[in-house]
Design a protein around this ligand. Structure first.
Ligand code: CTP
Length: 393
């Protein structure tokens, strides 16, 4: 789903088009979004808070009042939202947004947020064409606000003209496009799959990694507009915009990684720590008896990246069987910004499955277990988190 795991704050202001906001909320939820609603006082005169609470399954915020769950609803919502959409947006709200007049909870939330803002104006043609409205819209566009519509058609009171709120489907499309470009201009490196360390021309030391998690992360980054390079051992299809470097061994992976200087590196590969010291040029045969396999260490690719002078934002993975305590220590030892740990002994988690249950560990010792979910959704949530961290760096 295009908005899977995305958090959209829907602002509803006082216009007759508010009836379409209920439909917009439904469409956003159908597209996979988590939706919360803020309504201005005038907005509640056109659409019931109970309707929006019923559709979203969340309480609707209408003022600054402390409700027990939040002492500062505007800043909490501002941090929560991946995107804020105001539909319908009246002339009054547009004017307040243009000057940052945060005397209502909706404009206050916008001014407290760094998320993209989408505004769908709805008003009579004359109000839309009024010079101050046009000036305010131009100011908002200059400030990076995305203005959708208005469209032409039937207006309130039997009038016809420009000023009609854009259809919910069109607004959803704009939201999908806006969120999918959130990584434009960012270069990303992902390592994926399990390395294969040859013993002879036939056999290798390998592991069960399928590359699914790494590839989901790479595809999500490409969908969000990043320039992505993937160094992978896996043959799974990747988004055609991605530059793919196929490798087999840890040494080849290390060599390929050394050629890339990304803004963000996500090391999802399961890299063999050791490789056979000698690779037999001919096939080892049974009659020679059990081979004497001497092993030597592979480079630690993650560590090499973490020690670069110009270091990317670095995300490591840790596959652990049993307690995740070692993972917290690993986050510090390996010098990562985030560590994605998973307990591979749990059913439905880890190698070669389509789902994963991960715990996000920060080097400061904090950890957050995420529920079991499809790998594609882990990828989407991980990028939400990385984007938030990047914006506060
Ligand atoms: N990694 C790497 N190069 C290696 C080994 C691991 O880049 N030679 C990366 C993996 O891609 C992963 C992280 O390091 O992001 C942790 O991998 P893991 O195998 O869990 O860690 P190890 O360093 O092998 O630690 P241990 O064997 O003690 O669990």
């Amino acid at each position: 789903m295009p908005l899977s795991g995305r958090r959209i704050l829907l602002g509803v202001t006082g216009g007759i088009a508010a009836y379409k906001s209920a439909y917009l909320a439904r469409r956003l939820i159908e597209a996979g979004a988590d939706v919360r609603v803020v309504m201005t006082r005038a907005g509640t005169e056109f659409l019931g808070t109970a309707t929006m609470a019923g559709i979203t399954g969340q309480p609707v915020t209408t003022d600054f009042s402390v409700d027990g769950s939040s002492v500062s609803p505007h800043t909490d919502l501002a941090r929560w939202a991946d995107l804020i959409v105001i539909a319908p947006a009246t002339t009054a709200t547009i004017a307040r947004l243009a000057v940052g007049l945060s005397d209502d909870v909706l404009v206050a939330t916008v001014t407290a947020s760094t998320a993209p803002i989408v505004v769908a104006p709805a008003m009579h043609t004359e109000m839309w064409e009024y010079p101050a409205t046009q000036r305010n819209i131009a100011r908002l566009t200059e400030d990076g606000v995305i203005v959708v519509g208005p469209a032409s058609g039937d207006l309130a009171g039997g009038d016809v003209g420009s000023g009609r709120m854009e259809e919910p489907e069109v607004i959803v499309e704009v939201i999908v496009t806006t969120l999918s470009s959130s990584l434009s201009g960012v270069s990303v490196l992902v390592t994926a799959g399990g390395t294969r360390e040859p013993i002879d021309p036939v056999r290798y030391i390998g592991n069960r990694s399928s590359g699914k998690m790494g590839h989901a992360i790479a595809n999500e980054a490409a969908a969000r507009g990043a320039k992505v390079t993937v160094v992978t051992t896996a043959g799974v299809e990747l988004d055609r915009r991605i530059e793919v470097i196929r490798v087999e061994t840890a040494q080849q992976m290390a060599d390929a990684v050394a050629t890339v200087a990304p803004d963000v590196a996500i090391m999802a590969a399961a890299v063999a720590d050791f490789r056979p010291a000698q690779v037999s040029s001919g096939k080892l045969v049974r009659t020679d008896g059990p081979p004497d396999l001497e092993l030597e260490p592979n480079p630690d690719i993650l560590m090499t990246v973490s020690q670069r002078r110009v270091r990317p934002f670095l995300v490591g993975f840790a596959a652990e069987s049993g307690s995740l305590e070692r993972a917290a220590e690993k986050a510090v030892r390996k010098g990562v910004d985030l560590l994605v740990a998973n307990d591979i002994s749990q059913p439905g988690s880890g190698f070669a499955t389509d789902t994963n249950q991960v715990t996000i560990i920060s080097p400061d010792g904090t950890s957050e277990p995420w529920p079991m979910m499809p790998k594609t959704e882990v990828a989407s949530r991980l990028w939400d988190l990385v984007e938030r961290r990047l914006s506060t760096r």
